[in-house]
Design a protein around this ligand. Structure first.
Ligand code: 13P
Length: 251
């Protein structure tokens, strides 16, 4: 059966020292807890090595927030999937709406990034989601369908089985405007149905689909209690240990 996951996305926040402190705090709190979900923290690339050393890998997995769409070579400033893997990170967040919007990532780029992440043994946390105008025009299903189809449908079922999906409606990210539990359940079930049509019911049943966008300790339980919501990808509330743990405790 699929795994429940609470993943933090720190985005471009915290210096190395602050990040290690937060990771340490989280590690200490989680040490005395029995967890009912996997916990992942997506930290800036500069922090990964130290954060991996700081946390108990049996309880907290570490994610990069991006990787390059090239294997290696003259790509100044880029960080390859194999470099990410060599730090000890196990996951990579791909296709976040901020990467799509500000850095021009397309479904085609993300297809290549996904292939490289998988080839290097990383688990992609693959983000999809519509913008407000698309939601208002009731186009959310076709948007997420094309994002998934164009970036992930070339994979084999075995490869796809390694992907974690994160549905993040862009209008809910950092806005305090969370999707209702009904909206989340409806589109998560739709996403699972697309996966089932392509890769079969077993793969679909085993795919973790996380919700992201203004998820907080106060609304996490209601969101996660939906049958097709398998956890969360958490931005702002992942930046304070108590808030993040409050969300983990929703399971
Ligand atoms: P917020 O939780 O701050 O809305 O961010 C969600 C997000 O973008 C996680 O990737």
């Amino acid at each position: 059966m699929r795994q429940n996951i609470v993943a933090g996305n720190w985005k471009m926040n915290k210096t190395l020292q602050e990040g290690v402190e937060l990771a340490n705090e989280l590690n200490t709190i989680l040490a005395s807890k029995t967890l009912n979900c996997d916990v992942v923290i997506g930290v800036p690339a500069t922090h990964i090595t130290e954060v991996v050393k700081t946390v108990d890998g049996a309880k907290i997995g570490v994610a990069a927030q991006n990787c390059a769409d090239q294997v290696s070579g003259a790509y100044t400033g880029e960080i390859s999937a194999s470099m990410v893997k060599s730090t000890g990170a196990e996951y990579v967040i791909l296709g976040h709406s901020e990467r799509r919007e500000y850095y021009g990532e397309t479904n085609a780029t993300l297809k290549t990034k996904t292939d490289l992440a998988l080839a290097n043994g990383l688990t992609p946390i693959f983000c999809i989601g519509e913008v407000l105008e698309e939601r208002e025009a009731n186009k959310q299903n076709e948007v997420v369908k094309s994002q998934i189809e164009e970036a992930l449908f070339h994979l084999s079922a075995d490869e796809f089985a390694k992907i974690v999906l994160a549905y993040e409606p862009v209008w809910a990210i950092g806005t305090g405007k969370v999707a209702s539990p009904e909206q989340a359940q409806e589109i998560h079930a739709y996403i699972r149905s697309i996966v089932a049509d392509k890769f079969g019911a077993e793969v679909a049943d085993n795919t973790s689909i996380l919700y992201g966008g203004s998820c907080k300790p106060g609304n996490a339980k209601e969101l996660f209690s939906n049958p097709d919501v398998d956890g969360g990808l958490i931005g702002g509330a992942a930046l304070a240990a108590a808030d993040f743990v409050g969300i983990i405790d929703a399971f």
